[in-house]
Design a protein. Structure first.
Length: 154
């Protein structure tokens, strides 16, 4: 995982404390199912995630550009967005407590929880491939709420 402020500012580098302050959970797990499966199970029990699926994005994904076009616009959800990266990489921009962008570049083994009601957006990296486990409190209620006015992606 690489963490940075999107707009460099005074006050030092972006750190795990900045993520924590925004309610973001981050953990790196070994890429061994014997380790990460129980860790995800514990997370489900602690935080009430009851559903799970796997999502994969790649240049072969149908409607990839349309999907990315929705993810890259700043939005929030009424429940947590939970991703455990199995392969590939991706970029989450998450709003800090003072409304700056924290850029979180994730790769295999990274577990990231963007808490409910925290604004964020998502991009692929140039390799344009990611595969993740997703955990949900209620998959039926997991819809994006876009921020107004929307900001154009960089
Ligand atoms: Fe989202």
């Amino acid at each position: 995982m690489r963490l940075s402020w999107l707009e460099p500012a005074e006050g030092g580098p972006c750190t795990l404390s900045d993520l924590l302050a925004a309610g973001v959970l981050y953990q790196h797990l070994p890429m061994d199912p014997a380790v990460w499966e129980p860790a995800l199970q514990t997370l489900c029990e602690q935080r009430g995630y009851v559903a799970r699926d796997e999502v994969a994005l790649s240049p072969d994904t149908p409607q990839l550009e349309a999907l990315l076009g929705r993810f890259c616009v700043e939005h929030l959800h009424t429940e947590d967005e939970v991703r455990f990266v199995l392969a590939g990489s991706g970029i989450f921009d998450i709003r800090s407590v003072d409304d700056r962008w924290m850029r979180v570049e994730v790769e295999a083994g990274d577990l990231l929880v963007v808490p409910a009601r925290r604004y964020h957006r998502f991009f692929l990296t140039p390799e344009r491939t990611i595969r993740c486990v997703r955990l949900f409190q209620d998959p039926g209620g997991w819809t994006p709420v876009y921020r107004e006015p929307t900001e154009l992606p960089p």
